[in-house]
Design a protein around this ligand. Structure first.
Ligand SMILES: [Zn+2]
Length: 330
């Protein structure tokens, strides 16, 4: 594999100041089990080293994701891995969180965000590259797996978690293992439409990239909020501004967020009722607003069968680094 020296100058430390300590532990030979986890996204490759409990990263770094150049992609991964191996003992296995579906039998990854690694057996290629055991899993599954180990879904036989970021997704963990389903899309609840109440808000039935029409993701993911704001008369507002304006009592933002909450909670109530679970962790950018998640939780519980009296939808405990942490537990 051709390697270049790109990437190093673009990287930034996410959690500085503790690498010296980690190196000392390594040097005096009392290091305990170390976990390595990569979280590959359409913008950044994030990489962290954890101890066994993985309460927080011991060391972490990120690099820009080369989305179109496979050689560059692998060289970035290799450089990050090599750097961690100068600080910590080389692990025997490594986990990768990726956006997309991994076919349960062929292990072929399909990802829209990173074309250079789509339609390949990423795990097998990474094993060749790094000479160790590699497990690749969907990013939503990794987030929920992270919550299964000490988070909001700690030790649950059945765990279901939501991702509410640019799009809407989710993951299922059964007995500590990601549930992939027939095609690798187990846990995806934002597609397969149409949303029941589009008429109520005079929203058009849009065609979705997944092949269906009127999917929730089109209206209620981060990008969907911008779209819905446009249908309500103010195009171009991003999800972060809409949530902020809603908290400040702005009339337009209130209309958009109330419609978002109504549409999303109806779908969620239908998805969650049969599982009757007590805790549903949420990750992704929208989960950073506790007020928004509380608003959604209350509306969802009111629509559920045997409506739960205490909150069930909660921001994930490891929200900020759940992808890397979940990957490290694969
Ligand atoms: Zn769709």
């Amino acid at each position: 594999m051709a390697r270049t020296c790109m990437g190093r100058d673009k990287r930034q430390y996410l959690y500085g100041g503790n690498t010296g300590t980690a190196y000392s532990i390594h040097k005096i030979g009392v290091q305990k089990m170390i976990r390595f986890g990569f979280d590959v996204g359409g913008t950044y490759i994030r990489f962290a080293v954890f101890d066994e409990a993985a309460t927080a990263p011991l060391w972490a770094k990120r690099a820009d994701t080369p989305v179109h150049d496979k050689n560059n992609f692998y060289s970035t991964i290799h450089d990050l891995f090599d750097e961690a191996c100068t600080l910590y003992d080389r692990p025997e296995r490594l986990g990768f969180s990726v956006p997309g579906a991994i076919h349960p039998e062929t292990k072929i990854l399909i990802t829209a965000n990173i074309p250079c690694i789509s339609n390949i057996n990423l795990g097998a290629e990474l094993e060749d590259l790094l000479k160790l055991t590699v497990t690749v899993a969907n990013d939503a599954d990794c987030f929920v797996l992270s919550e299964y180990f000490g988070g909001e879904a700690d030790g649950k036989e059945f765990a279901f978690g939501l991702i509410m970021g640019t799009g809407i997704g989710g993951g299922i963990i059964i007995n500590g293992k990601p549930f992939q389903g027939r095609s690798g899309s187990g846990g995806e609840w934002g597609h397969g439409g149409p949303v029941a109440d589009l008429d109520k808000y005079k929203l058009p039935v849009l065609e979705c990239g997944c092949g269906q029409k009127g999917c929730l993701d089109l209206y209620c993911g981060g990008k969907g909020l911008t779209r819905m704001s446009g249908f309500f008369g103010k195009p171009g507002l991003d999800a972060v501004s809409l949530v902020k304006d809603w908290k400040n009592g702005d009339r337009h933002a209130t209309k958009v967020i109330e419609a978002w909450c109504d549409l999303t909670s109806s779908r969620l109530a239908a998805v969650l009722s049969p599982f009757d679970i007590s805790s549903v962790p949420v990750g992704g950018g929208l989960a950073k607003s506790q007020d928004l998640i509380r608003f959604l939780d209350k509306a969802t519980r009111q629509k559920m069968f045997n409506a739960p009296i205490t909150d069930i939808i909660k921001p994930g405990k490891f929200l900020l680094f759940g992808g890397m942490r979940g990957a490290a537990f694969l």
